[in-house]
Design a protein around this ligand. Structure first.
Ligand SMILES: [Zn+2]
Length: 688
């Protein structure tokens, strides 16, 4: 083997171990990355030295296709937990009784000494439980806890986590089979970094570090896992073949640490139970400074022999219990409530409070979730409130101290218009939404949707360009995109002559797509592509649509009261009127080519039919034919069922055709279709 390759592999493995196991890092991230690159280059030049356990193999590979479910050789049990010291003491008494030991402090104790119980306290890290399997020192499998019996195989993801050794230290004689259980978790700083990045990208935020860890491990793209710095700490064992001399948990931890597996530096061995209680109390104060989430302390009996004697109930082992720290609470005064509009238009009530120290940080804002929660808890402005932070990003208001309610405390009423744009508000269940798609708080995301392929289909206008147009203020309303000129486009980053011309052509083309595309593009709640088509079939143009009564909208096929109400509200709001007026003034076609077909005196042969397309057609692409059939009043669906009226079958049709025949559904070939459509005016430009 190339000497430098070996040297670099050893060095990088050593650096990982120093960082994650010994907590004594000697190499900066930057230096690590440089050495890793050097190693990758050398390995590329020496393919004969390939090693699946090389540090270079941790950078993630081809996306994996999915997860297979694997049965745990030794099931993963859950742990009983308690929030009360009293219950913890009761558990201690039960353990001693089962082991037939006298209570501590009993002078008659014959058993004190070798047979006394030793307890191990271990922080309960708030992450995702994992079972790692090493065969002859190599990591062969990583399975999530799952339901305890079976979990998901996440080996590809776990191999990218630098805290987890791919190869154990063979100098310390690992057993032939070693299954280590532990917790994969995300440090708070990393969680904040990822959420900040997601916010910048307009992606939904993770609620807490645990969700973020779980989401990361479920990523099929292992490079994503590699980029997020997950950490790992071992806290248990599964199947082990060998190591008969390891007779207690503390010895087990010591031995796996020698092999290079991270264990918690906060684990305490306690010789009497008072020490256990003290350890729990001390750790309560250390918790906020750890830099990662710990929600309790696991207390277990150290001796494996005693663990076996104690055994398990149907649910959990008797030799172990988790004491959980209650979420931190604070008391403060509610000063005001404002309603923040999210990217989807949802309005969330946010409380501003007198600043208060909670779990190590100053807290001034809390979420009130929704109006129903506010009513249920009877929260009023001016109230003294109890807030809680339980690992979530934003603390929440738990309850009101009603005894302290001042006389002038004012009830919180839901807003009737949007704070950000003045647009109308729709209530759906307990949630409120601003219905104006041009609301500044929502516009960026709505505009991305507007230009998308199934909406206005503006070719060449991708997400980055949308961001730029919105950021520099060139587009504030949907209509603005249709007045962009070449000069403006050329002023944008990375915009060349040719791209600008192509984009302008794409914009011009989209102006004439018609009402259904515009409606689908606006991103009005519940009005997607099929609802838009239903509207476009029923109304000749936007003016006719805007005159429609609520009842008329409710009566449309597949429209319910919720869909119709939101739409009606938007159409009749000043914001809605302006949106359409602006679009019309810049030349966007707001008439409906679909409508004309609806008025044909004799219905077309496909009108009102539910049709499925299958096989390859000679004269049409599927989207083209779908659109034509829909113009003729048909509904095109994807799969054959009893509700299907007609199947149009092209060349090499498969199972759908088979099924249609079984169900006795009428089948047309392409010739029959051309024949039927030939009698119909296909041209939709007929005069209104
Ligand atoms: Zn708004």
């Amino acid at each position: 083997m190339n000497d430098r390759i070996k040297e670099l592999r050893d060095l990088l493995n050593c650096a990982n171990r120093a960082y994650y196991v010994e907590a004594q890092p000697f190499m900066s991230d930057r230096e690590y990355d440089e050495r890793l690159r050097e190693l990758a280059d050398l390995e590329a030049a020496h393919p004969e030295d390939f090693d699946p356990n090389s540090p270079t193999q941790r950078i993630g590979d081809e996306p994996v296709k999915g997860f297979t479910t694997v049965r745990h050789v030794v099931p993963v049990q859950s742990i009983d937990n308690t929030y009360s010291v009293e219950e913890l003491n009761a558990w201690h008494d039960r353990v001693l009784k089962r082991l037939e030991m006298p209570e501590q402090g009993d002078d008659d104790s014959l058993f004190a000494g070798n047979d006394a119980v030793v307890w191990i306290c271990d922080p309960k890290i708030d992450g995702v439980a994992i079972s790692l399997r090493y065969e002859r020192g190599s990591l062969t499998q990583a399975i999530t806890r799952g339901d305890g019996e079976k979990g998901d195989d996440v080996t590809a993801q776990v191999r990218t986590i630098r805290a987890i050794p791919l190869q154990l230290d063979m100098q310390h004689d690992p057993p032939d089979t070693l299954e280590v259980r532990g917790e994969i978790f995300m440090p708070n700083a990393e969680f904040e970094r990822i959420n900040a990045q997601r916010e910048a990208n307009g992606e939904p935020l993770f609620a807490n570090a645990r969700n973020s860890t779980a989401g990361t491990l479920k990523s099929l793209n292992t490079q994503v896992v590699a980029e997020r710095r997950l950490n790992f700490v071992a806290h248990g064992r599964g199947e082990i073949v060998g190591w008969d001399d390891v007779t207690c948990f503390s010895e087990f931890l010591k031995r796996i640490k020698q092999l290079g597996i991270p264990v918690s530096s906060h684990t305490r061995r306690c010789e009497d139970f008072q020490e256990v209680i003290e350890t729990i109390e001390q750790f309560r104060e250390q918790r906020p400074e750890l830099g990662y989430g710990v929600d309790g302390m696991v207390v277990r009996v150290d001796s494996f022999q005693q663990q076996r004697t104690l055994g398990s109930t149907s649910k959990a082992p008797r030799w172990c219990i988790a004491y959980k720290y209650p979420a931190e609470q604070g008391v403060t005064t509610l000063l005001k409530v404002d309603w923040q509009v999210g990217k989807t238009g949802a309005l969330t009530p946010r409380a501003t409070m007198e600043p208060v120290l909670l779990a190590g940080t100053t807290v001034q804002h809390a979420t009130l979730h929704n109006i129903d929660e506010i009513t249920r808890k009877d929260i009023r402005v001016g109230d003294t409130v109890i807030i809680e932070k339980a690992g979530e990003i934003i603390p929440q208001v738990i309850s009101v101290v009603t005894d302290k309610r001042p006389r002038n405390a004012s009830p919180i009423t839901p807003p009737t218009t949007c704070d950000a744009c003045g647009g109308p508000i729709e209530k759906e269940g307990p949630k409120l939404y601003c219905v104006n798609p041009e609301c500044p708080a929502q516009f960026r995301e709505k505009f991305k949707w507007f230009v998308g392929r199934d909406q206005m289909d503006i070719v060449g206008l991708g997400e980055k360009l949308v961001d730029q147009l919105v950021d520099v203020g060139l587009v504030k309303h949907f209509a603005d995109v249709f007045t962009l000129n070449k000069e403006q486009l050329l002023s944008l980053d990375r915009m060349g002559e040719k791209s600008a011309d192509n984009l302008l052509a794409g914009i011009e083309r989209s102006e004439s797509l018609g009402l259904h595309r515009v409606l689908a593009g606006l991103g009005i709640r519940h009005i997607g592509s099929s609802a838009s088509k239903a509207l476009a079939r029923h109304f000749a143009d936007v003016d006719a649509l805007r005159k429609a009564s609520l009842d008329e909208l409710i009566a449309l096929p597949d429209f319910g009261e919720i869909t119709a109400t939101g739409l009606h509200m938007f159409l009749n709001s000043p914001q809605g009127r302006e949106t359409f007026e602006r679009l019309a003034s810049v030349g966007v076609d707001l008439s409906s080519p679909m409508y004309v077909q609806q008025r044909v005196e004799s219905p077309s042969p496909v009108s009102g039919k539910t049709i499925v397309l299958t096989g390859t057609l000679e004269h049409f692409t599927r989207p083209e034919l779908t659109e034509r059939l829909e113009q003729l009043g048909a509904k095109v669906t994807g799969s054959v069922s009893k509700k299907t009226d007609l199947v149009i079958s092209g060349e090499s049709a498969g199972s759908k055709l088979e099924k249609a025949r079984q169900l006795g559904i009428e089948v047309w070939d392409e010739a029959a279709l051309m024949d039927a459509m030939g009698n119909e005016p296909l041209d939709s430009d007929a005069p209104a």
